[in-house]
Structures are given as structure tokens and as C-alpha cells.
Design a protein around this ligand. Structure first.
Ligand code: ATP
Ligand code: MG
Length: 350
């Protein structure tokens, strides 16, 4: 089933930044990261870490919400995700990288917030709705899955996240976070939590190579940052183009043609890509040639990442240590937020 494109919630997506902003974002530990993560969020995080306090959460508990019976899919990917962060240039000395399941305050906050969110509101969340449709849960939707927007609100607020570099699929989740923030603030009688805004990149939703769905770890349509030279070549060769562009001299369609979508997203020379588009539309440019250009561009992008990643994965103890230290640094901030929220409910008795 085709992914439903989430409503644009312009009230919360922004390009405006304030020096006081805190960056919070994360990734489910459901697989190694892919090029959709790179253009949708990772690239921005590498820049943001230079100017802002940034926390990145490896969301292992959220990964379990649709993998409860296959927990190894999550546990085996935690260090993969950390290696992916480092191989794109996230620096653990500038960014705090932490593990969701090792911060108990996050689960506690989730339980307090859950009392303020109706089941109907969760079922109406457009992202949750389309994910449920894609995952074929049937009548057995895990309660943890339906309620993951609440746990995501806990993650964001626990680290006082105000600016959230995410893909477009996350907009309804941030909207739901802000609803919870407003409810808690109303109960507290003062603003003890801050609302957040999404920071979207120029490619907020990279499609998979089939051009149909969002590239996702769970949809088996992704090109991993760790992809081998052969994998990259295979994925590009099989990429969806314009089915009516049969002969080189036929006029081709650029819109919806994944090769051009990816060239727009990844090629560094926009003018060159615009020129290719003109040629393709006019006729005389073959898919073999455009795919070759794209493949070269992706090989150049991913080669150094793959090489750095190989070295990183050879020292898992170091990756674990980075995660452990980041997690230890995160506990205090999350505990303080929990204390404020419990206070709003009158529950800080001792
Ligand atoms: P899963 O299928 O397990 O949900 P995923 O590929 O959707 O995995 P997430 O961990 O859910 O990845 O998302 C992490 C971040 O990357 C989010 O901010 C999300 O919006 C962003 N992101 C994921 N896929 C894309 C994509 N195809 N284009 C742009 N951003 C993306
Ligand atoms: Mg996802």
C-alpha cells in the first residue's frame, strides 16, 4: 500500500533557528541507516552540532514497538546505528549520543503523558495510520506501537528539544508532542515544557528505488550508507525511471523519475543536473547514461563512509563506550524534566 503523505503542519515546521534552540532527534534501531536518513536528517545534524547543544537518541524501545517478537532485530542494530552516525561525521565530543532503553525517565514520562492522550487521537495520527496499514498487523496492533507517539513526546521533552531535524513523516508526531506539551503546561499552570519545531531538509522524503514508498528500513527498499559497490550498482540499475521512455530519442519525463529525484538530492552540481533534465525532456538522453551518472555520484558519496564504517565496526567496544558515556550524560537532564512533570501532577512527595 502506498504511504500516505503526511499533512504539512506549517505551524511547526521551520527554517528559523534561535541560538537558544536545543536539538533533539533520533533513529529507530531497526536496521543500519540509509541514504534517506542522510539527506533527510543526518546531514543537518553534522552542521547543527557545531552551533547547538545536540542530543541524538538511538530509539531501541521504539524499535521494539513493531518487533517485540523479534527483539534481535533491534538489539543487533544498536551499534550499527552508532557506527552510521560516526561515519557521516557526527562527533561524540560535540553531540550526545544516548540509548533510549537505558534512560528510565523516558519510560516514566511516557506513562504520565499517556493519561492525556486518547486512543482515538492516536488512531487519527496520519503517520501511525499509514504505518499500521503498511505493517499488516491485522487485528493485533501492539499497544506499544499505537502509543509510540507518546513515547516520542517523552524523548523530545526529556531533552528540552525545541528544534528537531527530521523527515516529513515526523510532522504529525511533532504536532502530537506539542499537544501533550500544552496539556502538561496547562495542568502545571506554567510553561514547564517547551514546544518544538521541525527542521526539514531540502529532501524531506526520499522515495525508495521503486519510487513508490518512502525509503524505510522496514520496507526493504533502502540503499544503506554501508552498501557495497555492487549493491549501489544493483540498486541504481533497477531504479524506476519513465516507463514510456523506451528509445533514447523519446522525450522523457523527469517528474516521478527516481533517477532524477536522486540526482536532485545527491548531485553537487545543480546546473549540470538541470541541463540533463532539459536533454532528457527533449529526447536524446538514455536511462543507461543517467543511471551511470547517478551511480558514480552515489559511489563517490558512500565510498568514504563505507571505509570509515569498516574501521569503526572493528572496534565495537569503542562504539559501546561512546553510547554508554552519552547515556550517562543524558540521565540528569531527563530526570529533571521528569521531576517537573511529576510536580505538575503533585507527585513529588519525597
Ligand atoms: P523504520 O522503517 O524502522 O521506521 P525508517 O527508515 O523510517 O525506519 P526512522 O528511524 O523511523 O527510519 O527515522 C529516523 C529519521 O530519519 C526520522 O527523522 C525520519 O523522518 C528520517 N527519515 C527516514 N526515512 C527517510 C526518508 N526516506 N527521507 C527523509 N527522511 C527520512
Ligand atoms: Mg520510520
Amino acid at each position: 500500500m502506498k504511504n500516505q503523505t503526511p499533512r504539512h503542519t506549517s505551524a511547526i515546521h521551520t527554517s528559523v533557528r534561535h541560538s537558544s534552540d536545543k536539538i533533539l532527534t533520533g533513529d529507530r534501531a531497526t536496521g543500519p541507516l540509509h541514504i534517506g536518513h542522510f539527506v533527510g536528517s543526518l546531514q543537518q545534524r553534522v552542521i547543527l552540532q557545531e552551533q547547538y547543544q545536540q542530543t541524538i537518541l538511538v530509539a531501541d524501545m521504539q524499535g521494539l514497538t513493531d518487533n517485540g517478537y523479534h527483539p534481535e532485530k533491534v538489539s543487533s542494530n544498536i551499534l550499527n546505528v552508532v557506527a552510521d552516525y560516526l561515519c557521516v561525521g557526527i562527533d561524540p565530543l560535540k553531540t550526545t549520543i544516548c540509548l533510549q532503553s537505558a534512560i528510565p525517565a523516558l519510560a516514566e514520562l511516557t506513562m504520565y503523558y499517556a493519561n492525556l492522550v486518547s486512543v482515538a487521537r492516536l488512531q487519527r495520527n496520519p503517520t501511525v495510520k499509514s504505518e499500521i496499514a503498511n505493517k499488516s498487523f491485522g487485528q493485533s496492533i501492539p499497544a506499544g506501537f499505537l502509543t509510540y507517539p507518546i513515547s516520542q513526546a517523552a524523548d523530545i521533552t526529556a531533552f528540552n528539544g525545541t528544534l528537531i531535524p527530521v523527515g516529513e513523516d515526523q510532522l504529525p508526531l511533532l504536532e502530537q508532542t506539542n499537544e501533550i506539551v500544552r496539556k502538561i503546561n496547562a495542568i502545571a499552570g506554567e510553561n514547564i515544557l517547551s514546544e518544538c519545531r521541525a527542521l526539514l531538509s531540502k529532501v524531506p522524503r526520499l522515495p525508495g528505488a521503486d519510487g513508490k514508498n518512502k525509503m524505510s528500513k522496514s520496507m526493504h527498499n533502502s540503499l544503506l550508507l554501508s552498501a557495497s559497490e555492487k549493491d549501489i550498482s544493483r540498486v541504481v540499475k533497477a531504479m524506476y525511471t519513465d516507463p514510456k521512455h523506451i528509445n533514447i530519442n523519446d522525450a522523457g519525463q523527469v517528474e516521478g523519475n527516481v533517477v532524477f529525484t536522486y540526482l536532485d538530492a545527491f548531485h553537487t552540481d545543480c546546473e549540470y543536473v538541470e541541463n540533463l533534465k532539459r536533454q532528457y525532456r527533449a529526447g536524446g538522453l538514455g536511462d543507461g547514461k543517467t543511471k551511470k551518472i547517478l551511480e558514480e555520484c552515489l559511489q563517490d558519496l558512500l565510498r568514504p563512509m563505507r571505509e570509515r564504517r569498516l574501521v569503526l565496526m572493528n572496534d565495537k567496544a569503542q562504539l559501546l563506550e561512546i553510547l554508554k558515556q552519552g547515556t550517562a550524560r543524558s540521565q540528569e537532564e531527563a530526570n529533571q524534566v521528569l521531576h517537573r512533570v511529576k510536580g505538575a501532577f503533585g507527585l513529588n512527595l519525597f
